[in-house]
Design a protein around this ligand. Structure first.
Ligand SMILES: [Zn+2]
Length: 138
């Protein structure tokens, strides 16, 4: 069996890869494991960034709006995610059914640094936030 090198799941006490500054076990960890669905679009955005860091395809697919969901997510083993910055996030309270998050996700691939600047759209189905799509910004 050939498997891509898979990043190790951080220990619950380690800083979460999303950069919020909280331990993984009380940040994106429970969202990725399904124990605690994301309560806000920003939390879902953070967990999806962390899923890219950890190559967690299942979480990405589960949290994608079905009409936009790809069949698979491929991870480039040469890409290393180095930081997420939330630029702004909609104030999505308990009654909100849509939300948006603008972010910059930085990565390196070989010698190159890349920054993805995107405004993502989210919507709530029942009680779960889903990623719909996003516009890439300059
Ligand atoms: Zn996190």
């Amino acid at each position: 069996m050939t498997a891509l090198p898979h990043p190790d799941l951080p220990h619950a006490d380690e800083r979460c890869p999303c950069g919020r500054g909280a331990p993984f076990g009380s940040c994106c960890g429970p969202v990725l494991s399904g124990e605690a669905p994301a309560r806000t679009p920003e939390a879902l955005m953070r967990s999806r960034y962390t899923a890219y860091v950890l190559h967690d395809e299942g979480h990405l697919l589960r949290t994608w709006a079905p009409e936009r969901r790809p069949h698979a997510v491929t991870f480039d083993p040469d890409r290393r995610w180095i930081g997420l910055e939330i630029v702004s996030a909609s104030d999505s309270g308990l009654l909100a059914s849509t939300g948006s998050v603008e972010f910059v996700a930085r990565s390196t691939i070989g010698e190159d640094d890349e920054a993805l600047h995107e405004r993502s759209r989210f919507r709530r189905d029942e009680r779960r936030w889903l990623y719909v799509d996003g516009d890439v910004l300059p």
